[in-house]
Design a protein around this ligand. Structure first.
Ligand code: ADP
Ligand code: MG
Length: 251
């Protein structure tokens, strides 16, 4: 009925001789939680980077909210409403939690004045709003680098939320955190998705998390999209069974 939020058409990417994305085509409807799974080196991160043009496609198209965004600068793609979490690498470790979200908001609003002159209170209500969405509003004065790993993840998500995305892309959001914290993070992300009206795509290795949180799962191997389906359909997929669910080789 309605157009999808994201449509990827025959995306290809070569790294020298390596064909890291092979004619990848798929669509994601508005509001869906989509997981992308596949063994290490399958091309999952490359695919996400191609979608937000952190990596330039060798060929193919990315259509976002009805517009061709292929080749647009990443900041422009962010302003159009697509945001990728960066596994903490986008956090300024030496700045406070508050300042990290403040910078994101200033970038988002295209405000071009000195950050130092902005002072402490600029955008305060908004910043606290985004930090409370992820539950770290009581840590605004802490230096980001001293937060626990789980809270750094939360800050990373708050920075992404400050960009007010329609589509949020998460590359292994639960990697490196204990299982209980991983579920807390995923619960949070899913709730935010519903509350903020966001579509979500996430890459994840933990199949329990994938089957629990994804509406639809796409499976990649060797740069190609092998299958897309509901958790029940994907559980029955022969490749997935061999790679993940007891049969065959491990990663
Ligand atoms: P995944 O996220 O599924 O583990 P990646 O997308 O990171 O896989 O990598 C897919 C393949 O592309 C791997 O063989 C990887 O070594 C290669 N690759 C990824 N990024 C680069 C790059 N910048 N330069 C060269 N090869 C790369
Ligand atoms: Mg990866």
């Amino acid at each position: 009925m309605s157009e999808p939020i994201l449509k990827v058409e025959k995306l290809n990417r070569y790294f020298g001789a390596l064909h890291a994305a092979k004619d990848v085509s798929f669509e994601v409807p508005y509001g869906q939680v989509r997981a992308v799974i596949g063994p290490n080196g399958a091309g999952k991160s490359t695919l996400m980077d191609l979608i937000c043009n952190r990596t330039t496609p060798s060929s193919g198209k990315v259509i976002f909210r009805g517009e061709d965004i292929t080749g647009l600068p990443p900041y422009n793609i962010v302003r159009r409403g697509m945001c990728k979490c960066f596994q903490i690498t986008q956090i300024f470790q030496n700045l406070t939690v508050y300042e990290n979200v403040q910078i994101a908001r200033i970038n988002m609003n295209k405000k071009v004045f000195s950050f130092l002159r902005v002072g402490d209170t600029y955008l305060k209500d908004e910043i606290i709003h985004f930090l409370s969405l992820v539950g770290i509003q009581d840590k605004i004065k802490e230096t980001a680098g001293f937060l626990s790993y789980g809270d750094q993840r939360r800050l990373d998500i708050a920075i992404a939320l400050a960009m007010e995305p329609n589509l949020l892309i998460l590359d292994e959001p639960a990697a490196g955190v204990a299982r209980e914290e991983a579920y807390k993070l995923m619960d949070l992300v899913r709730k935010l998705g519903v509350d903020q009206n966001m579509t979500m795509m996430f890459i994840e290795h933990d199949m329990d998390i994938v089957f629990h949180y994804a509406d639809i799962i796409s499976v990649m191997s060797n740069g190609a999209l092998l299958a897309t389906g509901t958790p029940d359909e994907i559980k029955k997929d022969k490749f997935v069974q061999e790679a993940y669910l007891g049969g065959g080789k491990s990663e």
